[in-house]
Design a protein around this ligand. Structure first.
Ligand code: PLP
Length: 380
């Protein structure tokens, strides 16, 4: 149990609220797959999964079998999709724990068939199609030979067909429209061949917000559940009516406390490299959080923190375990004062997206960067 005053609070009630917002938005007629890979985007897999399972989520999406087995061992009985597929050695994980792999090659299909035969029960899978992301997936024009191979097999079941968008938040290009059209054509060719997958699914958070034509049988929110609203980009001058936003809010608050405050004369260099030099007589607070905790070093000299309901600047280089704040404007700051690094208080807000923009990255990397040494405290 860490006694260091640096921690993350996860609001399970806000998570539940975000889930309800998404559910109302997409309607009860389609399933929701909550994407909880990477320790639920760093929000703590178990509590997040328990909360969403209690609200009736139908599916969980994880990256691989080890994450799926963790969910099963914690009593999760919902369907689980392994979004990045499976590896040699995953046979018992798949068959004993009833995990459903994504697959994207005939070789994988053959391996799954052999495992299903050995286990004497069919193994369900979801076929991943590359419609334009260019990462994993059978190319949308090359599904036919896969389908022919599939029809010869007896111990595998094509339960789902899915694709992943590269830029669903971007309305300045036709890329997503093209991906949707290609997906639709693959779906039709499957149906013509007599294969109707139970679940066709495409939509990630950005498409859930603004592309209802892609919702199909199931949607797959990740970031949106955790309150990271995708920054939808409309065409210049366009009043695109679908570029609206959902009222989800951040679930995670990254907190620490002041451990030292000192008065520093003007002209004194602070921190590694001495790049920051006090421009005036300053009050400087030290906090026990640094880049080893996930406070991105690219925020050095740019980032902010919230103290006493006000925003103050991070000064000097962020170090591994410590960071300095200029609190000259808040004379009452003393040792023990609570500091918010991600979150909001009063009228001040520092969302993961704000940090991401300052650091030149995306909100998801800010979440995933919060290291394991920072305890997660789940509150409702
Ligand atoms: C296949 C797949 N679906 C859905 C998601 C969720 O995406 P988002 O967090 O943008 O909703 C991911 C996340 O990367 C993914 O890989």
């Amino acid at each position: 149990m860490s006694t260091r005053p640096t921690w993350v609070e996860i609001s399970l009630s806000q998570l539940a609220e975000n889930y309800r917002i998404i559910r109302n938005h997409v309607g009860p007629q389609r399933a929701i797959m909550a994407v909880v890979k990477a320790d639920a985007y760093s929000h703590g897999l178990q509590k997040v999964a328990d909360t969403l399972a209690g609200l009736g989520v139908e599916w969980f999406g994880v990256t691989s079998a080890d994450e799926g087995v963790k969910l099963r061992r914690r009593g999760i009985s919902q369907h689980i999709l392994l979004l990045t597929g499976f590896w040699k050695g995953d046979q018992s994980a798949l068959t004993e724990h009833n995990l459903v792999p994504a697959i994207y090659s005939e070789d994988q299909l053959g391996m799954l068939e052999a495992w299903g035969q050995r286990a004497r029960k069919p193994i369900r899978f979801h076929l991943k199609v590359n419609t334009g992301m260019g990462r994993l997936g059978i190319h949308w024009q090359e599904v036919k030979p896969f389908l022919e191979a599939y029809r010869r097999m007896k111990h595998v079941e094509l339960e789902g067909l899915f694709t992943h968008f590269a830029a669903a938040e971007d309305f300045t290009t036709r890329q997503t429209e093209e991906q949707i059209e290609r997906f639709h054509s693959v779906k039709q060719s499957l149906i013509r061949a007599g294969v109707r997958p139970r679940y066709c699914h495409q939509a990630n958070s950005a498409a859930i917000v603004s592309r209802p034509e892609s919702w199909d049988d199931m949607v797959r929110p990740g970031g949106l559940l955790y309150g990271a609203h995708p920054p939808v980009r409309a065409k210049e001058g366009s009043s695109e009516p679908r570029c609206r936003s959902l009222p989800v809010q951040g679930v995670l608050t990254f907190k620490t406390r002041v451990i030292a405050v000192k008065q520093v004369p003007a002209g004194i260099p602070l921190g590694y490299g001495g790049r920051y030099v006090t421009p005036r007589l300053s009050r400087i607070a030290a906090i026990p959080a640094g880049y080893a905790d996930g406070l991105d070093r690219r925020l050095s000299g740019k980032g902010k923190a919230i103290l006493c309901g006000q925003c103050v600047p991070i000064v000097g280089n962020i170090s591994m375990d410590l960071t300095l704040l200029d609190v000259t404007e808040i004379p009452q700051v003393a040792v023990g004062e609570e500091v918010i690094l991600i979150g909001s208080k009063g009228s001040c807000s520092l969302a993961a997206l704000d940090l991401a923009e300052m650091a030149g990255t995306i909100a998801y990397e800010i979440f995933c960067g919060i290291s394991k040494r920072v305890p997660r405290r789940h509150v409702s």
